[in-house]
Design a protein around this ligand. Structure first.
Ligand code: ADP
Ligand code: MG
Length: 472
C-alpha cells in the first residue's frame, strides 16, 4: 500500500533501505527519531505519510533557507501545489496570506524563528497539524556541531501548537546528541531508527604534510582524484583564493548573495565545472549524486561536520574518496573561529555593567561595537536575560572548552595510526566493520584512471565571477 503511494506521488519504484519502517511508525502515530546518513532519503519519510493519512498540515522546521528552497522545489516539481514557506524572504502580506489560508496546504516549511513568532504559533495552534517535523535535528543539541540557539525553544513551541506527533531527523547524532533531541523535544517514547554512519563506498585518506607544501599538493591532487570534487576550506577568503589557483574550479561561501550562490551551485550540479571550492556553507541540501571526491584543505571543527561533508561524495553508491590534508598547527584556524563565535570576557563584563546602570539592550551593540544581528550579540542578549555575569562567563568558558575538545577529536582522526573508519564509527558508538579499500592506514588506496568530465564554458564563468565579486 505504501508502495502505491510511493509510485503515484513520488514516481519511485521502491523504497530505499530503512524508509519503509520509518514511514510505518509515523503512520502508526508514534513519535520518531530517525538518524540516517545524508542522501539516504529522509524527506520522503515525513512527506509520504501525509498522502496516506491526509489528516492536516505537516509542519517542517528547517534551519536554512537554502534547504527549504531546495525541498520546496522538489515538491513543486512533482506537481504538489499545497506547499508554503514562512521565512525571511516572504513579505508581511505574503505571510499573512499563508497564515489566513493554512488549510490550503499539505506542507508548511519554516525556520524556528518563524515558528516562534506569536501570531504564527497562535495560527498553528488553531489548525489540525498531522505532524511536526524537525529537520536537521542535531541543531537542537549543544553537543552537536551546528547548535542553533533558536532550536532550543522547539519543545516549548511544540506544546503551544497542541503537542502534535513529532518526528526528528538528522544525519549525524552520536549518543549525547540523540538524548538531547529526545529530551528537548519531549518526544514520547519515540521509535528510534538509527542507520549506520558508515559509508562503505567512501575511501578515507589523510595526507600529513608541511604547511608550505599544501597548495602544491592540492593542485596535484586535484589532477589525480576523480571528479566532480568538492574542496572544503575553513574561511571564505581561502575558498576564493584556492578557486583561482585550481583549474576548472568555482568557489562558494556564505558571504555571497543568494543569487550568486545559486548560479555557482547550478554550474556545479550540471557538471559545467568539476571542482567546487567552498566553506561549510556548501552542501546541506545539495542534491548531487555523482560527487567523486571531497578534499579538506583545512581541518573541520568536529568529526560530525567531517562526516556530513564527506557524506556528500558517492551518494550514487559508486566508489568515492575523502582526502584530508593536514599540516601541524592547522587547528589554530578553527580555534580562532571558535573564539570568534563567543563574546569576549571584557565585552560581557561591560554589557552586564551597562545593563545594571540602566543602559537598554538596544544601545548595547553600539557600545560594544557589535552588529545587532551578530550571533555573538544574540547570544550575549540571551545570557543577559537568563544568567548572572559569573554564570555567563562560566557558560562561555565551558562551551569553548567543549568545542576545543571536539576539535581535538577531529585532530586525532588526522593523527591516528589505526583504522580511520573504525575511529569514525566508534565516535558514533558503532561497531567496527571490515572492508576492502578502507583507508590509507589499512592499505594503499589507488585513485582510478577515470576519464575527466568534459568542461563547458568555464573560462567565461570565471571571468563573469571575477566581475561579480570584489576581493579585499
Ligand atoms: P536526506 O535528507 O536523507 O539527506 P533527501 O531526502 O534529500 O536525503 O533525499 C536524497 C535524494 O534521494 C533525493 O533526490 C530524493 O528524491 C531521493 N530519494 C529518496 N527516496 C528515494 C527512493 N525511494 N527512490 C529513489 N530516490 C529516492
Ligand atoms: Mg535532508
Amino acid at each position: 500500500m505504501y508502495e502505491a503511494t510511493l509510485k503515484r506521488v513520488f514516481g519511485y519504484e521502491s523504497f530505499r533501505p530503512g524508509q519503509r519502517d520509518i514511514i510505518h511508525a509515523v503512520i502508526e502515530g508514534q513519535d520518531v527519531l530517525a538518524v540516517m546518513p545524508t542522501g539516504a532519503g529522509k524527506s520522503l519519510t515525513f512527506q509520504l505519510p501525509s498522502y496516506i493519512k491526509n489528516q492536516g498540515l505537516t509542519v517542517i522546521v528547517s534551519p536554512l533557507l537554502s534547504l527549504i528552497e531546495d525541498q520546496m522545489l522538489h515538491i513543486r516539481e512533482r506537481g504538489e501545489r499545497g506547499v508554503a514557506r514562512l521565512t525571511s524572504m516572504e513579505s508581511a502580506e505574503e505571510k499573512q496570506d499563508i497564515i489566513n489560508h493554512l488549510k490550503r496546504y499539505r506542507f508548511l516549511y519554516l525556520s524556528p524563528e518563524q515558528l516562534a513568532v506569536p501570531y504564527v504559533t497562535r495560527a498553528l495552534a488553531n489548525v489540525k497539524i498531522q505532524m511536526l517535523v524537525i529537520d536537521e535535528a542535531h541543531c537542537i543539541s549543544q553537543w552537536g556541531h551546528e547548535f542553533r540557539p533558536e532550536y532550543a525553544r522547539l519543545g516549548e513551541l511544540r506544546k503551544q501548537i497542541g503537542s502534535p506527533q513529532c518526528m526528528a531527523v538528522t544525519a549525524t547524532a552520536p549518543e549525547g546528541v540523540k538524548q538531547d533531541i529526545i529530551e528537548k523535544l519531549a518526544l514520547f517514547s519515540p521509535e528510534q531508527f538509527v542507520h549506520s554512519a558508515n559509508r562503505p563506498e567512501i575511501r578515507l585518506l589523510v595526507e600529513r604534510l608541511e604547511k608550505e607544501k599544501k597548495l602544491e599538493r592540492l593542485k596535484e591532487l586535484i589532477r589525480e582524484i576523480p571528479k566532480p570534487a568538492v574542496v572544503y576550506t575553513a574561511t571564505r577568503r581561502e575558498a576564493e583564493a584556492l578557486a583561482f589557483e585550481l583549474e576548472d574550479a568555482l568557489f562558494y561561501h556564505g558571504g555571497m548573495s543568494t543569487e550568486d550562490r545559486r548560479l555557482v551551485q547550478s554550474q556545479f550540479l550540471r557538471d559545467e565545472v568539476s571542482v567546487m571550492v567552498c566553506t561549510s556553507a556548501f552542501g546541506m541540501g545539495v542534491n548531487k549524486d555523482n560527487v567523486r571526491s571531497v578534499v579538506h584543505f583545512q581541518l573541520p571543527a568536529t568529526v560530525e561536520a567531517y562526516m556530513q561533508e564527506i557524506g556528500r561524495a558517492g551518494r550514487d553508491g559508486q566508489p568515492a574518496f575523502a582526502v584530508l590534508l593536514y599540516a601541524d598547527g592547522d587547528e589554530r584556524i578553527q580555534q580562532f573561529l571558535i573564539d570568534g563565535q563567543y563574546p569576549k570576557d571584557e565585552d560581557m563584563r561591560l554589557a552586564y555593567f551597562e545593563r545594571e546602570n540602566g543602559t537598554s539592550i538596544a544601545q548595547l551593540p553600539r557600545l560594544l561595537r557589535m552588529n545587532e544581528e551578530d550571533p555573538k550579540f544574540l547570544l550575549l542578549k540571551q545570557l543577559l536575560t537568563e544568567r548572572s555575569l559569573q554564570e555567563a562567563l562560566d557558560w562561555v568558558k565551558e562551551r569553548k572548552r567543549d568545542r576545543y575538545r571536539q576539535l581535538g577529536q577531529m585532530m586525532d582522526y588526522a593523527l591516528i595510526r589505526t583504522c580511520r573508519r573504525d575511529y569514525l564509527l566508534r565516535y558514533f558508538s558503532e561497531q567496527t566493520v571490515d572492508q576492502e579499500e578502507c583507508c590509507d592506514v589499512c592499505g594503499p588506496i589507488p585513485f582510478p584512471d577515470t576519464p575527466q568530465i568534459v568542461r563547458k564554458n568555464v573560462t567565461e564563468w570565471k571571468i563573469r565571477l571575477t566581475q561579480i565579486f570584489s576581493f579585499e
